[in-house]
Design a protein around this ligand. Structure first.
Ligand code: CMC
Length: 355
């Protein structure tokens, strides 16, 4: 596989997966982007149909897995449940000891297909509802919304969910992908590598920021309160969740697309409330930190995605797990690349000073 999995220009705000710009990729189905990441090229129609059919056919989880989900405490973080269950399901994978490229692809497809089902099943049980079986005729995004809600989403909501998964799917050597790659570099199995990714994504400085954004918007409650809230945070030298990035020193291109999508949802629902709070936060942060202090602190991927979840009635507890549903294709693409290299990642301690 020759094309780089990901390209980021943090100064110009450009993001590409396998040399294709993210603005083009969001117009595709998630399955096509997943195929692109893992197999290196966009699928032709026939290849996409086969890949989707394999993915959709692997969505179900068995009774033993359901029983273990039922045994999880109902008030834990959904990432804790997901991490536990992904580790548990590896024993049912007939290819667990097959590390050939074909065996790894079959495991990859099962992981990508089953993770949304696990997240939805735990979410419904934690809310006193019976889990719903997946619907193989729905897209990745629509099926997930259906499994958490019990009713089919509108076309716009289904599209937004697909785009969310695509925008979350890959981001070069971020912390969770690095974890996955390190695990794969020891030639450990794909489930172990994905569990490593999940554990790292969970933290509030990484995937956990999205739920904190949702809590912040809820706490601010109306656009008029946003400025004072943010000024207080800045005065206390607290980080504002959903802003800033190690690589982007300009607007995160994913943040830009999420902003447009959240506005579209707000208008479609005839309720600008959450969007206006978010815009008031953004305006204050940009005025205070970018314009007055010259710091490149713009909205990142987690800011307007949090606003989208408010409009889609997705609770904060699910936000990081949803990030994981999208990101698993990226982790796997990196693991495959690492398996080809057959070389252990072993940095020296002094390199930590540069992190
Ligand atoms: N709010 C206020 N100030 C900030 C923020 C923020 N969100 N982010 C960075 N700064 C300031 C920081 O205080 C520091 O100022 P000074 O130089 O005066 O001490 C300067 O900017 C550099 O910050 P840093 O923490 O050294 O930057 P970093 O590259 O280590 O951190 C970051 C990147 C994303 C961890 C950080 O911006 C942050 O904590 N943001 C909030 C959490 C968040 O939204 N995380 C999601 C990241 S994007 C998705 C992902 O990759 O998972």
């Amino acid at each position: 596989m020759s094309k780089n999995i990901c390209f980021i220009d943090g100064l110009e705000g450009i993001l590409k997966y396998r040399e294709i710009d993210i603005n083009q990729l969001v117009e595709l189905p998630y399955d096509a982007v997943s195929y692109l990441l893992i197999l290196g090229e966009l699928p032709v129609d026939q290849e996409l149909a086969e890949y989707s059919s394999r993915l959709h056919g692997e969505r179900e989880i068995n009774r033993e897995v359901m029983d273990i989900i039922r045994m999880c405490k109902l008030n834990i973080d959904s990432m804790e449940a997901l991490r536990t269950i992904v580790s548990f399901i590896s024993q049912f994978d007939p290819d667990i000891n097959d590390s050939s490229p074909e065996g790894n692809l079959r495991k990859a497809i099962r992981l990508i297909a089953k993770i949304p089902t696990i997240v939805a099943a735990y979410y419904r049980m934690a809310n006193g509802k019976e889990p719903l079986p997946p619907d193989r005729f729905l897209s990745h995004g629509a099926n997930f919304l259906y499994m958490i809600r019990g009713s089919k989403p509108s076309q716009l909501e289904a599209e937004v969910m697909e785009k969310d998964f695509i925008l979350s799917a890959e981001h070069e050597l971020n912390a969770s992908t690095f974890s996955s790659r390190v695990t794969a570099s020891t030639l450990s199995d794909l489930y172990s590598a994905v569990v490593s990714g999940l554990c790292t994504l969970k933290g509030p400085l990484h995937g956990g920021a999205r739920s904190e954004v949702m809590n912040m918007i809820e706490e601010i409650a109306c656009p008029e309160n946003a400025e004072e809230f943010i000024l207080e945070k800045i005065a206390k030298k607290e980080k504002i969740m959903g802003f800033g990035h190690r690589v982007y020193k300009t607007y995160d291109p994913r943040g830009m697309i999420f902003k447009q999508l959240s506005r579209q949802l707000a208008e479609a629902k005839g309720d600008m409330h959450w969007y206006e709070i978010a815009e008031a936060i953004e305006n204050t942060v940009i005025r205070e930190l970018v314009e007055k202090k010259g710091k490149p602190i713009y909205p990142n991927v987690d800011f307007y995605s949090g606003v989208i979840y408010k409009y889609m009635d997705i609770p904060p507890q699910l936000a990081t797990s949803i990030f994981a549903i999208g990101r698993v294709s990226g982790w796997i693409a990196h693991c495959f690349d690492q398996y080809e290299k057959k070389r252990i990642i072993r940095p020296r301690a002094f390199m930590l000073d540069e992190c």
